[in-house]
Each structure stands twice: as C-alpha cells, then as structure tokens.
Design a protein around this ligand. Structure first.
Ligand SMILES: Nc1ncnc2c1ncn2[C@@H]1O[C@H](COP(=O)(O)OP(=O)(O)OP(=O)(O)O)[C@@H](O)[C@H]1O
Ligand SMILES: C[C@@](O)(CCOP(=O)(O)O)CC(=O)O
Length: 508
C-alpha cells in the first residue's frame, strides 16, 4: 500500500538570526505550499531466499528534476550506496531514509520480522514540491505572460524546476535551484520522514480531514517525526540551524524557540562507529527543549509573498557573516540584537492583541479592518467610530511601527556584517508596499536577501496589492498562510492537483 504524506513550507516573519540563539523567539507561518512524499514497495513479493540478504533496494525519484537514483541499502549499517543515478545526490532524502529506518529498527528491536519483510520489498520513494517553492519568473516572462498570480496558476502542477545559471551559483551567490525561500529542504525532509515512519508503522499519522473530525492530533507521533526529521535535516545540511523550518513543517504556524544544539550531539558524532539505530535512539531520548506556542495571523489578514527578482540567495554564508560581526563587534551587535528582540516581541504582542480583539468584539473588528483595507495607513484612524475600533487601529499602528523598527535594525545588521539583509532595492519595494492601501506591514522573511518579500494585508486589499506589485515588476505568488503542519494525504497529489489545475500551459 502506498503512503502519501505532505509537509508545508514556511515564512519566518520575525526572528531571523536571533532565533539561532535561545531564548530568542521566531514567528513562523506555515504555508499552503506543500512538499509531498510517496512511499511504496518496489517489489510485490519477498523472495524466500531474501531473508538472509543484508541489502535491499531503494529507488528515489524526483520527477520535477528529472532525477532517478537507485540505491543499495545495507540493512546492518543503514548506509545508502547509489548504484545508478541520473543526477546529483540528494543528501536530505538520503539522511531522511537512513534515520527513519534506524528509528524503525530502534522501535521494533524486539520484533523485527514485519519490519524486515517491508524493507526487503524495497522502497520506492517519489518526492514532489509545489510550484510555490520555485521561481518561475523567468519562464513567465519568456512566455510573454503578465507578472500576475494568474500566470502562476496557469502552470502545470509540479512543473519542472529551473536551475540558476551555473556561473551565478556558489557560496555567496545564488543557490543551485531557482527557489523562493519557503524552506524546500525542511519540507522535503519532513515529508519523507513522515511517509516512511508511517509506512514502517513507527507512527500513525492522520489526514487533515481525520484531524478535524477527531479535533486532536497525536502529538507524541508528531514529536517522533520532528526529532527524526530535525536530525536528518541538520546532518544533511552539515550544520545545526535554529530548526524553525523543520518545526513549522511538522507542527505548522507557531512561535518557536530553538532546541539546545547538544540534543544532536550523538548524531553529529555518528560515523565514529556507533550504529545508527543507537544514535537515533539516543537522539529520541535526548532532552528536546525547544518551545512551541500557538501563533497565527489575526482574522481578516492575509499573508502575501512577492518575488521581486528570481533565484533567491544563499543563507549559510549570510549566517556566517553575522556571526563574524558578532565576534568582531560584541557591544554594538549585542545592542542591535536587543533592539531587534524588542521589535520582534512588540510585533508578536500587537498581533496577539488584535486576535484577542477579534475574538471579543468581532463586529467592530471586522468593520474597522474592512474600512482600513481601502485606505492607506495615515487615514485609518479617521475611520474609527467607537473606542474598540480606535483600539484596533492603535494595535495596527503598533504592529506597523514594530515592523519598521525590525527593518531598521535588520538593515543596520546587514550593513555592519557586510551582507545584503535588506538591500536597497528591497527597502524601496517594502516602503512602497507599506504605503499601499490596506497594507498592514511588509518585510523580508528569514535571513533576508533577494528571496521573495512578504506583506500582511487587511480585508480584501490583496487584489490591489498584487496589481500594484505587478506594475513595480514584482510577481505576487499564490502562497498564503496555512497553519497546518505535516499530514497524511488520501491520494496521489498529482491526481488531486491535476483536477484542481485551472489550465496547463507547457513551459519551455
Ligand atoms: N523537488 C525536488 N526534488 C529533489 N530535490 C529538491 C527538490 N526541491 C528542492 N530540492 C533540493 O532541496 C535542497 C534545497 O535546499 P536549500 O537549502 O537550497 O533551500 P531551502 O531549504 O528551500 O532554503 P530556504 O530556507 O532559504 O528556502 C536543494 O539541495 C535542492 O536541490
Ligand atoms: C538566519 C536564520 O535565522 C533564518 C533563515 O531563514 P530563511 O531560510 O531565510 O527563511 C537561520 C536559522 O534560523 O536557521
């Protein structure tokens, strides 16, 4: 039986860089851009003689990259050895496979037969990322289509991925794949881990529909998916990031405080001879101290993403530059971080107060948000007819001010560290966006740079903003906030998406 699982991409609205150090928090929104993993057996039958075999077969297919790799997996050491490949390797999926099987072996240590049989049938894994993870600007322009979301909607689902030109890729330049910055590696790793752990019987995940019916998730199962995915992601990346991307891929939108890096020390020392089953057992039992608090945008607010250029930027080198600046100028960097942290907390507090106001006085809230959605910010207060509405406007201004302060200090940090965290071209776009009717705030997500920018809009103002962006040569994406984390899918996502697709325009 095939298992289909999916995990969402993310937008780190506030907390970039700071979230790398406890106890700073990051505000992360998960999105409707999802990564899918399909796991099924490679062979129908297990040959009787295969019980003694020490190897099994794993096939990994990435149709969007036209890549297919066949591996031999040693069942003792859980090491994947490629035997044939039509492209470069995928360390995220390889580690996801190795650590998921290790977790299954650790779980079923006393009763290995069923697991052994499943593994000997081989694993056929297919991975698919929604178009929103990738930049299609160049193709849209090349096809002569307008820079509007409808052009993106006309692409076939799971379209081919374009690569950035070779001369522009590398350490300080663009990443290999033309990406939008939604965290494809974390969503991909999480989807593969979730599908495999469910397939192997380690966890029992449910679909979104089932989750709604039961009105609860099995958090213990999600915690296992989180630990295995986080471990595989860190080891594949070769560094321990803050982990907000994997956490949101598993649990959805949230306020996140990182785990102490020590929980991963056994995995970082793997390769020193400790069997992977023992390693993952240690990591699963470690004291995971990350904190996750409920957070999502207040009602009648929409997350919008706009692509000003294409191709994105490379995060690891930006983190390195910030760390270097912290070492070289401890006083100034500490002060900038303190102010950034204040700005992040203020933004979070204002948005939470707005959610509370909506809960307690929905009519007044709805009325003033809809009025503000038609006007630029300087006119908002004029439309407040009574004290609750004035309170809502005051909170809207609080959130805007906090965002402006965050942007100011992020720019300062970029200048001091010598990297383009909020480069001039992005500043101009963000200022113009914040002055548009119905825009609450706009910023650069995560580490900043040349990835897509985000805006939070009020009421029905989305259409106006996407049109205004189009005239500024910015492509509004189809990404929206979706607070759901990892889930099981009932069917092959390609079949679902194809029926849902509006039309299919073949890309060159
Ligand atoms: N559909 C896919 N099939 C196979 N590999 C993919 C697919 N999509 C992305 N990848 C691989 O996933 C990795 C993405 O990692 P990378 O760190 O560049 O991006 P990211 O996680 O999206 O980063 P960010 O958080 O900045 O968005 C790359 O190695 C890329 O080749
Ligand atoms: C710079 C950092 O704080 C955020 C990176 O975010 P993004 O991948 O640019 O969305 C790094 C991290 O949290 O791991």
């Amino acid at each position: 039986m095939a298992v289909f699982a999916s995990a969402p991409g993310k937008v780190l609205m506030a907390g970039g860089y700071l979230v790398l150090e406890r106890p700073n928090a990051g505000i992360v929104l998960s999105t409707n851009a999802r990564f899918y993993a399909i796991v099924k057996p490679l062979y129908e039958e297990v040959k009787p003689e295969s019980w003694a075999w020490a190897w099994t077969d794993v096939k990994l297919t990435s149709p969007q990259m036209a890549r297919e790799t066949m591996y031999k997996l040693s069942l003792k050491h859980l090491k994947l050895q490629p035997v044939s490949s039509s492209g470069s390797r995928n360390p995220f999926v390889e580690h996801a496979v190795q650590y998921s099987i290790a977790a299954a072996q650790a779980t079923f240590a006393k009763d290995k037969d069923a697991l052994q049989k499943l593994l000997l049938q081989g694993l056929d894994i297919t991975i698919l990322g929604c178009n929103e993870f990738y930049s299609y600007r160049n193709q849209i322009e090349a096809c002569g289509l307008p820079l509007i979301p409808e052009s993106l909607a006309s692409l076939p689902p799971f379209a081919s991925i374009t690569f950035n030109a070779e001369e522009s890729t590398g350490e300080d330049r663009k990443p290999e794949v033309a990406k939008t910055g939604l965290g494809s590696s974390a969503a991909m790793t999480t989807a593969v881990v979730a599908a495999l752990l469910h397939y192997l019987g380690v966890v029992n995940l449910c679909s979104l529909a089932e989750e709604r019916l039961q009105r609860k998730k099995d958090i213990a199962d999600l915690d296992v998916v989180h630990v295995v995915a986080q471990t595989a992601h860190c080891i594949a990346q070769g560094k321990v990031g803050s982990g907000f991307d994997v956490s949101s891929a598993v649990y959805g939108s949230q306020r996140y405080i990182r785990f102490s890096p020590e929980v991963l020390s056994s995995a970082q020392n793997a390769g020193m001879g400790t069997p992977l089953t023992e390693v993952i057992d240690d990591v699963l039992k470690a004291k995971w101290d990350h904190e996750r608090t409920k957070f999502s945008l207040p009602p009648l607010m929409t997350l919008l993403l706009g692509e000003p250029g294409s191709g994105g930027s490379s995060t690891p080198s930006m983190v390195g530059a910030v760390k270097k600046w912290q070492r070289s100028d401890p006083l100034d960097s500490l002060e900038t971080w303190r102010r950034l942290s204040e700005g992040n907390s203020a933004l979070e507090a204002h948005l939470n107060t707005l959610s509370k106001l909506a809960e307690e006085h929905y009519n007044a809230y709805e009325c003033i948000i809809n009025a503000c959605s038609l006007l630029p910010a300087e006119k908002w207060l004029e439309r407040a007819n009574e004290p609750t509405q004035a309170e809502v406007v005051k909170e809207l201004f609080g959130a805007r001010d906090a965002m402006l302060r965050i942007r100011f200090h992020m720019r300062k940090m970029g200048e001091a560290a010598g990297i383009p965290i909020e480069p001039e071209s992005q500043s101009q776009l963000l200022d113009a966006t914040m002055n548009m009717e119905g825009v609450l705030l706009a910023g650069i997500p995560g580490a900043g740079g040349f990835d897509a920018v985000f805006a939070v809009t009020l009421g029905d103002s989305t259409k106006n903003v996407t049109q205004a962006w189009s005239s500024l040569n910015v492509l509004a994406m189809l990404v929206r906030e979706d607070p759901h984390g990892v889930s099981l899918e009932n069917n092959d996502p390609r079949a679902q998406e194809i029926t849902a697709a509006i039309s299919t325009v073949q890309l060159e």
